[in-house]
Ligand binder design. Sequence first.
Ligand SMILES: Nc1nc2c(c(=O)[nH]1)N[C@H]1C(S)=C(S)[C@@H](COP(=O)(O)OP(=O)(O)OC[C@H]3O[C@@H](n4cnc5c(=O)[nH]c(N)nc54)[C@H](O)[C@@H]3O)O[C@H]1N2
Ligand SMILES: Nc1nc2c(c(=O)[nH]1)N[C@H]1C(S)=C(S)[C@@H](COP(=O)(O)OP(=O)(O)OC[C@H]3O[C@@H](n4cnc5c(=O)[nH]c(N)nc54)[C@H](O)[C@@H]3O)O[C@H]1N2
Ligand SMILES: [Mo]
Length: 731
Amino acid sequence: MQAAGTPAVVSSLQHVFGKAGVVRGTKALLGINQAGGFDCPSCAWPDPDGPRAVAEFCENGAKAIASEAMSRTIGRDFFAAHSVAELMAESDAWHDLQGRVAEPMVLREGATHYEPLTWDEAFAIVVDELRELDSPDEALFYTSGRASNEAAFLWQMFVRAFGTNNLPDCSNMCHESSGLALKEAVGVGKGTVTLEDFLEANVILCVGQNPGTNHPRMLSTLEEAVARGARVVAVNPLKEAGLLGFAHPQHLRGILGKATPLASSYLQVKVNGDMALFRGVAKALVTMGAADAGFIREHGSGYEEYRSLLEASPWVEIEDLSGIGRDAIEELALLLAEGEKRLITCWAMGLTQHRNAVATIREIANLHLLLGAIGRPGAGLCPVRGHSNVQGDRTMGIFEKMPEPFLAALEKQAGVPIPRKHGFDTVDSLHAMHEGRAKVFIALGGNFAQATPDSDFTAAGLRKCRLTCHIATKLNRSHLIHGQRALILPCLGRSEADGGRFVTTENSMGVVQSSEGKLTPASEHLLSEPDIVARMAEAVLGDVGSIRWRWLAEDYDRLRAWIEAVVPGFENFNARVRQPGGFYLPNAAKERVWNTPNSKANFSSAPLDSFRTSAGRFLLQTLRSHDQFNTTIYGLDDRYRGISGMRDIVFLNPEDLAALGVKPGGRIDVTSHWTDGERHLKGFRAIPYDMPRGMAAAYFPEANVLVPVGHVAEGSNTPASKSIEVSIHAA
Ligand SMILES: Nc1nc2c(c(=O)[nH]1)N[C@H]1C(S)=C(S)[C@@H](COP(=O)(O)OP(=O)(O)OC[C@H]3O[C@@H](n4cnc5c(=O)[nH]c(N)nc54)[C@H](O)[C@@H]3O)O[C@H]1N2
Ligand SMILES: Nc1nc2c(c(=O)[nH]1)N[C@H]1C(S)=C(S)[C@@H](COP(=O)(O)OP(=O)(O)OC[C@H]3O[C@@H](n4cnc5c(=O)[nH]c(N)nc54)[C@H](O)[C@@H]3O)O[C@H]1N2
Ligand SMILES: [Mo]
């Protein structure tokens, strides 16, 4: 199986031209990630600092644009023709194909169909429901990671001026574990490398991520690093084609179909075996005397305890939990001990969505501290972010427990009291809805009903709400699993012109840059996200303190001036963001300044741990196919894994399939087991795949019914959607 270039280009062109129409399609593609253009709404991988290729996008970025830039729209006629019940019966892929939502829509109490209403009528309903609450803490304000910095800043200011910190977001289900682990270890909850570092690294570890599908432009960076002599080592239970070999679609070599071998080594770790693997690597390094004593003495804290723990960790346990033999672990350690120890470790959801995710990521930080591989060229930590502005949204204050200095600065600027009590994160919100402690749910983007764990539990909670309201571009299931009343407020997408205004985003490496869409909006009734938030806030609160909502949103330079006043690192924001390529936010850990309570880089010493299932059961992870962006399903293929035309599948080791007495493609029933009972997924197809025995993999969001709401990462409260204990039987 090879992740070849030519089919990727053909496939992306088909997607854009097929859905968006030729003229809109080409114009959209040429604007992606160009200076003066818009930031690709797909992933958060950075653009080159210097000159950019004419086509600085990938196949999956093209699919995201095709989905957003479609000229087809749905409005009053569509919703009059289809009841909510009928729409519920259709698939997620079908929903996406219907087109952009063209006008504000309301589902009135007891009604079967959405009907149109004016913007002012829509905001009046929000006012009505928010005023009914006994406390501001009975409202939830969710954010997905596509919102711009400007929209996110205004949104959190509205929510806090209203009186709550209930700001659950998609990050709670994504890199929350990374943010927490890195903050504790090195004082910055973000990555510490830039694209330049990749070109100077000698080893790049790619752990628990599938960049061929989810961050395709990262492969260009890896390819360039390999050409300069770096070794790439993949750590993944599944053999992922994008890591085994890759041909750059925009290079001649790619078009000729030859692939550059990328992963010099591929460690097929057990699911959740990474903590043991990294501990083993560190143990081997310490044994061979490769620790950077100078760095540890000057910067480290907790090393002695960690060293004793390494000595006390038996190899049999390390091998058993990781599924990797001592020889292979020592070989990796030897590679890391060579030369100048310029190591970069990248990771994504394969590490963050486990019960011990925070401890696992701290183990990676331990390895970097042991080698002094942080805060110098070619070395550092790289959590690879998902949504294109999820990192920026957090910087702007989308967080249920922002630190005091931020809240104090906001209070001073806004001139209104800002609450200090921590709010609900995503999992807390699910419980609050269930227990009647939250009654209004308003979302700035996203698809809460499908993205959250325990789909049936989530649906029951949403249905108990008085109002569910979504600011959205496309129809999705969260609009159909609704409260007593429901609103869809349609907004402009990234690729569309916003009256000459531009917004800004922050990528995975802390670069803030401008983003300006050029396409004619899909409908004349759409408003920009900042305008929607400003009008909602004005309707609910009126102008308060120093805040004049509409005036602020009218000219985004005004919003940026407010961001500059509240958020550190945005000095001279309006001028600097107009420089080509934008600017880097300061990153203390990169300068070896540790913003931790003890001002040191902290080793952690957690007991070795991995999630174990009872005998005969499987450890199931939920992952993405090649034809989806989270809950948006573009198609039914997963090309790099050799799957076409289906999503109702479970990947299993071929020997496990045989032991279950199931033929490839045969139907199985999957049951997940948790302290509160069982959850079921019936009649899925079993597909053999190159992966360790005892493991299973199924697609998100279909498999979310199996994820118990109570099963979360310790500390970060992230659903453990990659550590689900299941039993499997022939159907
Ligand atoms: N085209 C496209 N791009 C996207 C997205 C999309 O849906 N489509 N989503 C965006 C978002 S929000 C995010 S967060 C990222 C997600 O990017 P990824 O993290 O790459 O997404 P997943 O499909 O969840 O892949 C998880 C990978 O981790 C591996 N894995 C699972 N469990 C373990 C484990 O215990 N240990 C190790 N070492 N590996 C494990 C799986 O085999 C799989 O290869 O992508 C972003 N980019
Ligand atoms: N089981 C399991 N569950 C998971 C995961 C997993 O790996 N396994 N991954 C988790 C992760 S990493 C994440 S990030 C979450 C994702 O959770 P979300 O961010 O909530 O989900 P998305 O599917 O990205 O949201 C898509 C919707 O956003 C809206 N949208 C798109 N563009 C825009 C825009 O520009 N503005 C506005 N206002 N709306 C827009 C569209 O209506 C679209 O239907 O899911 C999480 N859930
Ligand atoms: Mo994500």
